[in-house]
Design a protein around this ligand. Structure first.
Ligand code: AMP
Ligand code: GLY
Length: 415
């Protein structure tokens, strides 16, 4: 079968890397891809939905796998299905679970799903009054796609006022939840749900969870704090009622649902949904997954998940993101990256995010998050040592990484 993956990040490199291992895959294409993806897939630019549909027809694509949220929220999967082309991912209506925080909060209220108490406002004046009376800290979120950067946790009235000032559109204001975060992934085929692993993401740019929020600076999988009992609760109390409600509303969910959870003293609560794999969580998941990824994606898109159970390698994985100096505010691109082969010779996998090739063939940074250095181990400590050994083989003066990914879990102290 010929496949087309849409996207250009470390997540899509991990998906292409894993799909390439499937005996059922003939030609693998990625649009637009990046310098690392080019080693496992044929990369090309496709300007819009029409170009993707024409390409899929011309190249007998058996499944289009959509990586990022923007094309999902924009209706790419609907366009493909209307054209008779199979696709992995939710419809635009189902992608509202990520595209609109207001939609998700209303669904939580309707299905009695545990989540932070909230209110949604269109107008600045009403939001300002509400925030002024809300206990601190208070969480203020832009209601729309914001790539993980539209959230402010305000600890003072001044911070809260400044955050509202900076978010002119509709906002969701919610209570602050305390606990450890976990990302839970679930394959869905409108009706059935199949857990597809978990990870803990490290969202802040600096060691010790300091500095600004980012798309994610590293991950450990499985999520150490998500015990099997807590995972069962999250599936039963959060994911299952969501999928049932989406189906009852006539907008069933197909694809991978990513539940961002806060593991609180009262049990798992939903922070947010994403309608795609996480990045860097996907990188950490793919190196642990033993099953054929194409089989799983096809089962989800063809409504055959009832008999599907993914198999996993023993142990854990750790991903360390190497980012360009200046990320997330103003990453400096163009610096030359060396040592990737040496890093891979240690047994790690170096997934590329923002990389490209200069005319002379040199690998250069072309984005904020640049490499997702990923390794497995018998336990978190082993995976962490292997990931940082590979990081230390990379020769890139223009880049930086956090040094504490999975650190507390590796020493057995917990978080
Ligand atoms: P979101 O874009 O909704 O995932 O929010 C980004 C990050 O902000 C989350 O991963 C959490 O670290 C934090 N966050 C969001 N909502 C809350 C909340 N209600 N309580 C505490 N932290 C939150
Ligand atoms: N790493 C979090 C996300 O992909 O949204």
């Amino acid at each position: 079968m010929n496949l087309l993956v849409i996207g250009s990040g470390g997540r899509e490199h991990a998906l292409c890397w894993k799909l390439r291992q499937s005996a059922r895959v003939d030609r693998l294409f990625c649009a637009p891809g990046n310098a690392g993806i080019a080693a496992v897939a044929e990369c090309m630019a496709l300007a819009d939905n029409e170009a993707i549909i024409a390409f899929a027809r011309a190249n007998a694509i058996g499944l289009v796998v959509v990586g990022p949220e923007a094309p999902l929220v924009g209706g790419l999967v609907d366009a493909l299905r209307s054209a008779g082309i199979a696709a992995f991912g939710p419809s635009a209506a189902a992608a509202r679970l990520e595209g609109s925080k207001g939609f998700t909060k209303a669904l939580c209220a309707r299905a009695n799903i545990p989540t932070a108490a909230f209110a949604r406002f269109d107008s600045g004046a009403a939001a300002r009054d509400y925030v002024a009376a809300h206990p601190l800290p208070v969480v203020i979120k832009a209601d729309g796609l914001a790539a993980g950067k539209g959230v402010v946790i305000a600890h003072t009235r001044e911070e809260a006022a400044a955050a509202l000032e900076a978010m002119p559109g509709p906002v969701v204001i919610e209570a602050f939840l305390t606990g450890t975060e976990a990302s839970l992934f679930v394959l869905c085929d409108d009706e059935n749900i199949v857990p597809l692993g978990s990870a803990q993401d490290y969202k802040r740019v600096g060691d010790g969870d300091t500095g600004s929020n980012t798309g994610g600076m590293g991950a450990v999988s499985p999520a150490p704090a998500l015990t099997p009992a807590l995972e069962r609760r999250a599936l039963a109390e959060i994911v299952a009622p969501t999928i049932a409600t989406m189906a009852a509303m006539g907008t069933p969910f197909t694809g991978v649902l990513f539940a961002g959870l806060m593991l609180t003293a009262d049990g798992p609560q939903l922070i947010e949904y994403n309608v795609r794999f996480g990045d860097p969580e996907c990188e950490a998941l793919m190196v642990r997954l033993e099953s054929d990824l194409l089989d799983l994606l096809l089962a989800a898109s063809e409504g055959r998940l009832a008999d599907t159970r993914p198999a996993w390698r023993e142990g854990a994985s750790v991903t360390v993101i190497m980012a360009a100096e200046g990320y997330p505010a103003a990453p400096i691109t163009g610096s030359v990256i060396g040592g990737v082969e040496a890093a891979e010779a240690t047994g790690a996998v170096v997934f590329h995010a923002g990389t490209s090739r200069r005319d002379d063939g040199a690998l250069v940074a072309s984005g904020g998050r640049v490499l997702a250095v990923t390794a497995t181990g018998r336990d978190v400590g082993g995976a962490r040592r292997a990931a940082y050994a590979a990081v230390d083989s990379i020769d890139w003066p223009g880049g930086f990484c956090r040094r504490d990914i999975a650190g507390l879990w590796a020493s057995g102290i917990g978080e």
